[in-house]
Design a protein. Structure first.
Length: 124
C-alpha cells in the first residue's frame, strides 16, 4: 500500500485534526484515513443496501434518511453499519417542554433533587 505525506500543514489544522481524532476515539492516522475514505470512495460508505438491516432485524433494507424502528438512518460508519439518529433534543427543547408541563416548578410533595442529595450526604 502506498504512503502519502502532507507537508507544511498549519498548526491550527493539525490540532483540529488531533482533537477530531480524539472525539472519534481514533488515532490521527485512523482519522485521516476515515476522512480520505469518505471523500475518495463515497460509494464504499453506503455499501450494498441489502446487507444493512433496520434496527428491528426485519428484512427491510435501509438507506440514509429511511425510518428505522427506533430512529432514522443518517449514514453508515466505515464498517458499513447504519448510524441511527434517535430523536435527540436540544437542552432548550427539553427545558421548554418541562416548563410547559410544570409551569409552577417541581411537583408539590416531591422533594427537590438538591434536598435529597444533601439529606443523603448528611446521613453518612
Amino acid at each position: 500500500m502506498p504512503n502519502l505525506s502532507i507537508k507544511d500543514v498549519p498548526e491550527a489544522w493539525a490540532q483540529a485534526l488531533r482533537e477530531r481524532a480524539a472525539r472519534n476515539h481514533r488515532s490521527l492516522q485512523g482519522e485521516l484515513m476515515a476522512l480520505i475514505q469518505r471523500v475518495v470512495a463515497p460509494e464504499a460508505s453506503s455499501l450494498d443496501a441489502s446487507a444493512v438491516r433496520t434496527t428491528d432485524n426485519s428484512d427491510q433494507a435501509t438507506q440514509p434518511g429511511a425510518p428505522a424502528r427506533f430512529g432514522t438512518v443518517v449514514g453508515f460508519d466505515r464498517l458499513g453499519h447504519p448510524i441511527v439518529r434517535r430523536g435527540w433534543k436540544t437542552v432548550e427543547q427539553v427545558a421548554a417542554e418541562l416548563k410547559a408541563k410544570y409551569p409552577n416548578g417541581p411537583v408539590p410533595g416531591q422533594g427537590s433533587s438538591i434536598d435529597m442529595i444533601r439529606e443523603d450526604r448528611d446521613s453518612r
